[in-house]
Ligand binder design. Structure first.
Ligand code: RB5
Length: 154
């Protein structure tokens, strides 16, 4: 079941083709999709696109995002520097599902040099349809926010 409508998608040169396919697929599925770039397979700097996508979540234009680079790691490091962003780099279904259920992740980071397009699409679908479980997990996510805000204490 669909739980998000507004999805942002971004990539760097390592994943341009995959991002274009994923955009078309998500639009076909009825999602309102924001394309945060990049716009070709020419070498570019992934933090630019992570920043665009995270800003669109922070300002409410997008609810969640999918970032794809070579490994998913650079994108996740850059995304997690943004307040309110919980980005997870995943390459298999268990983690993609659990990061929604337990971490309320709002950005999924994928590696186009790690997994094939079919896996990119299936992990994206799983991420976009899995609910946060709340409860004790909400307490923990709140603690992460406190760390971010400098108000955390044990
Ligand atoms: C680009 O060559 C590569 O470094 C980038 O796509 C990504 O894997 C960084 O984490």
């Amino acid at each position: 079941m669909k739980i998000f409508n507004k999805v942002a998608v971004g990539c760097d040169h390592a994943a341009y083709e995959q991002k274009q396919k994923l955009l078309a697929h998500l639009r076909e599925q009825g999602y309102e999709v924001k394309d945060c770039g990049c716009d070709s397979s020419e070498s570019c700097h992934y933090p630019i696109f992570a920043h665009r996508l995270c800003t669109s979540i922070q300002n409410g234009e997008s609810e969640v995002g999918i970032l794809i680079c070579g490994t998913g790691i650079g994108m996740s490091i850059a995304a997690n520097k943004h307040k309110g962003i919980r980005a997870a780099a995943c390459s298999e279904a268990f983690s993609a599902e659990l990061t929604r259920q337990h971490n309320d992740a709002n950005v999924l980071c994928l590696g186009a040099r790690v997994i094939d397009y079919d896996k990119i699409q299936s992990l994206t679908e799983l991420f976009l349809t899995t609910e946060f479980m709340g409860g004790k997990h909400a307490t923990r996510v709140g603690m992460i926010a406190d760390i971010e805000n400098g108000t955390f204490s044990e």
